[in-house]
Design a binder for this molecule. Structure first.
Ligand code: ASP
Ligand code: MG
Length: 442
């Protein structure tokens, strides 16, 4: 069996639902389980409706009804969505009356998006002769803790999911499962975090021992660079889980690292495919990629802009223990997440996202060290073969030298696939283009 997941934009209107179902039909011999997100921007519309109920007391499900009814009409379906819409209206009324919108209520609220989506899609499959069955995730074994808006699945799910889904597949049913949502043991609806449908898909694939988890997006796979910066960037045939996780963090459009975890555990391949271009091979994310003499040292180049560089210098650091602990405790106090780190005997440099308020941080750090904060920086990241790091660094710095650009900080893990360095924000585009040209012949 395989798992196929389509995101909101792949089921955003009647046309997209049709082409999604055409794709799924071709894969029927491989016995798919389908996972769907809410249609189009429904999740955001639901949140907006709740905010308006909360702030203005206006209860309206217009946008949500309109989108779904239009799709139902255009596909010529007979699906009764009014019971769900009625339940949603009651909920919004409740929010407007008690003037409160907790995370718990929000999870219940956004669950309507995925629940509508699988019912409509299943009806279309049935109309076209496919024996599909809409399934709310909790009926498919998705049990979670009560960490609302970011729930974690309970261990039991791993056994429950195959128990519920495999018998359906054996009866040649196409299960159409809601992404993103689950229930607690007490029967309260939860969500797995924004974009959580990917996780639903990878958990099903891993728990059922599927051949692969396919994630259908609107790009040809994971690219060697950001196409907005490097128009000639090409999709990669293979990347490792580790490389994909690094790329996700550094701004490439891939799966969230959290959603790859289940497949990492079982070694299940994740295939990223383009629903607008189904014949493109896509990118396969696997445990290890075979290397040979012809392999390129670099797999992908990314950049993350608008980064702040904090330079912390103290002579107290020499031969002392506990200094870094103090430094990091200060970041932690302000809830600031540190990305890159580089240290010497007397200084430590870290990078942060620019969004943080830095004044208090500076004041606190000044008690223990000299501080220099530089904004408008960019992280340039090379994902490559660390066993060839000297070659990569030599060529990369050659590119910077040619461009007359000074590298301001470098970091490379001991065994990791990531080499990162800092340049000015304004230089990042040139550096990434230069590197792409250096390491790829396209
Ligand atoms: N519909 C949810 C969201 O928009 C989950 C998903 O799309 O994966 O975040
Ligand atoms: Mg979505």
């Amino acid at each position: 069996m395989i798992v196929m997941k389509f995101g909101g934009s792949s089921v955003a209107d009647a046309e997209r639902v049709r082409s999604m179902s055409d794709i799924v039909r071709q894969y029927m011999p491989r016995r798919p389980v389908l996972v769907l997100s809410a249609m189009g921007d429904t999740t955001n519309h639901l949140l907006a409706a709740a905010n308006s109920a909360l702030k203005t007391g206006i209860v309206s499900t217009c946008k949500i009804e309109e989108l779904h009814l239009k799709i139902i009409e255009e596909l010529g379906l007979d699906v009764k969505i009014m019971p769900l819409i009625g339940e949603l209206k009651n909920l919004l009324l409740g929010i407007s009356m008690i003037k409160e919108l907790t995370k718990k209520t929000k999870d219940y609220l956004v669950s309507f998006g995925e629940r509508l989506s699988v019912r409509i899609a299943s009806a279309y499959f049935r109309k076209t002769g496919v024996n599909a069955k809409p399934i709310d995730a909790w009926e498919a074994g998705f049990l979670s803790d009560d960490n609302y808006s970011q729930a974690w699945l309970l261990k039991e799910s791993w056994e429950l999911i195959p128990q519920k889904l495999i018998p359906l597949i054996e009866k040649s049913v196409l299960p159409v499962v809601t992404g993103f949502i689950a229930k607690t043991k007490d029967g309260v609806i939860t969500t797995l975090g924004r974009g959580g449908s990917d996780l639903t898909a990878t958990v099903i694939a891993a728990a059922c021992g599927a051949e692969e988890a396919q994630v259908w997006k609107d790009v040809d796979g994971i690219l060697s660079g950001d196409p907005r910066i490097v128009p000639s960037a090409k999709p990669l045939a293979f990347v490792t889980y580790e490389e994909a996780a690094e790329l996700a963090y550094y701004g490439a459009q891939v799966l969230h690292p959290r959603s790859m975890q289940p497949c990492v555990k079982t070694g299940t391949p994740v295939l990223v495919k383009n629903s607008y271009n189904p014949s493109a091979p896509g990118t396969r994310i696997v445990a290890a990629v075979e290397k040979n003499g012809a392999s390129k040292p670099v797999r992908a180049i990314t950049t993350r802009k608008n980064v702040t560089l904090v330079d912390i210098v103290s002579t107290r650091m020499v031969g002392q223990s506990g200094f870094l602990e103090q430094v990091f405790a200060t970041f932690s106090k302000y809830g600031i997440s540190v990305d890159m780190v580089a240290t010497s005997e007397v200084s430590v440099s870290v990078t942060l996202d620019a969004a943080y308020r830095l004044d208090q941080l500076r004041e606190d750090l000044l008690k223990i060290a000299h501080i220099d904060i530089k904004t408008c920086k960019a992280i340039v990241t090379i994902i490559g073969d660390v066993e060839r790091s000297s070659e990569i660094l030599n060529r990369a710095f050659g590119v910077c030298l040619k461009l007359g650009i000074q590298v301001q900080m470098i970091s490379q893990g001991a065994s990791k696939v990531n080499i990162s360095f800092i340049v000015n924000d304004t230089q990042a585009t040139d550096v990434v283009r230069g590197l792409h040209k250096e390491f790829f012949d396209f």
